[in-house]
Every structure is written in structure tokens, then in C-alpha cells.
Design a protein around this ligand. Sequence first.
Ligand code: BTN
Length: 244
Amino acid sequence: LLHDLQVAWTVDSTNAELLRCSAPQRGVSVLLAERQTGGRGRRGRTWASPLAAHVYLSVLRLFEGGLGRLAGLSLVAGVAVAEALHDLGYAQAQLKWPNDVLVDGRKLVGLLAEGGGEYAGPARAVIGIGINVHMPPAFAEQITQPWVDLDTLAGASVDRNTVVAAVLARLLPALEEFDREGLAPFLPRYAAFDMLAGREVRVQLDGQWQHGTALGLADDGALRVDIDGRERLLHAGEVSVRKA
Ligand code: BTN
């Protein structure tokens, strides 16, 4: 399952660095960094990545079936991370579509799946995972959305190696399974952590914000939303939970 694993001191972004490498024919390449100078978030945002504070991890793998599978891939990675956190005793970790891991509405983990260039044949894909472990106060002030870190949840200083080992123990078999069987085996596993199911949400559809009720995932990983009694599918975009 594992082709190689490297720990860098500083990189611009573990995702960007792996996208510059060629993928192994078998297994995955894993890159961890102590610090990122240009950490990337979703939707062109940056991901603050201070030295030795958090986990910055990316994996590179070839996938059959082309880059159309990237959306499914990030759902699978989210399931694997949520399962790893539960293994470690963080039973409150939940998934918010498409792929944030939250605890009580506060973001703990961000995931970013990116595809590798104009590869013909099997697609190269990188999945980047940023896990908040101990947030330095100077960085905390800059984050505009609600967040939480593992130290706060554990009430102690959490060892990053233990977290990485638990994540890889879930992620590497999950990627093999996804390559072989697609998204189907992950849909019930996702449902176990789905924080949106049954809740009132705001979603962007047809270029505007609309209100509805989240209904879980469709077979292709889209978010099913009931809007005025009609089921709609959201393939990409942002969702926010409506306050009661
Ligand atoms: C998000 O916006 O929620 C996604 C954040 C993803 C951050 C991780 S940290 C490791 C990897 N390298 C990056 O540059 N980004 C991802």
C-alpha cells in the first residue's frame, strides 16, 4: 500500500510538491512537512501552516478512471480521516459535505484533492490533509471561521506522529478499496459521520443561495437537498447550516 514516505522540514505546499513528482506505479507516496510556506486551501484560499504546530500530509497515487473521480476521492479521504479520529477516541468528529471534518461546528481538518495535469490513462491524484493539532495563539487570531484543535479536544498535548499513523492506517486501505470498488462501500460509512443529514441548510444552486433540508449523499457523492419538496443534487459548492 505504501510506496514511500518522506518528512520535509519546509515546503511550499505538500500538495504542490507531490504534484511535481511522478506517481509510483503501485502504492502511494506520502509527504509530510513540519511547515508550509504556501499551504493551499479549497477555493483558492491559503492554509496557515506554522512550524511543528499541525499535521500537513499529502498522498500521491495513480487512479484508474480519470480525474472525474476526484470528488469521490475527497469524500473517501474524509471518511478515512473521520474513522481515524474515532479510532483515537475523538468520537465527536463529523463530516460536513464535501469534505470538512468538524467538531460541534468547529473545523478540525481540511482536505484538498487535486488532479495531476494532462495525464492520459490513469489519473494522478493528490489528497492533502491538514489537521489542527496545536494552534499557536498568533495564528488563531487570523482565522475567521470557527475552528478547534486536537490539544483542546484532548485537554493535553497531542503527539502528531500518533495522529499521522492512525490516519494512514485508515487512508491507505480506503484508497485501494476506492480504486477497486468505487464510492459505493463508502456511502454508508460517510452516513455514519454526516452532520448535515436532516438539517436545514443554505446551498448555492442556480447561482443563488437557497434554503432546504440535507438528505445525505447520492450514489455519485453529490449532496441531496430537499428544496420546497423537490430533491435537488449539489455537485460542488459551499453549504452552510441554518441556525435554529
Ligand atoms: C480546506 O480549505 O479546507 C483544505 C485545506 C487543506 C490543507 C492541507 S495541509 C496539507 C496539504 N497541502 C496543502 O497545501 N494543502 C493541504
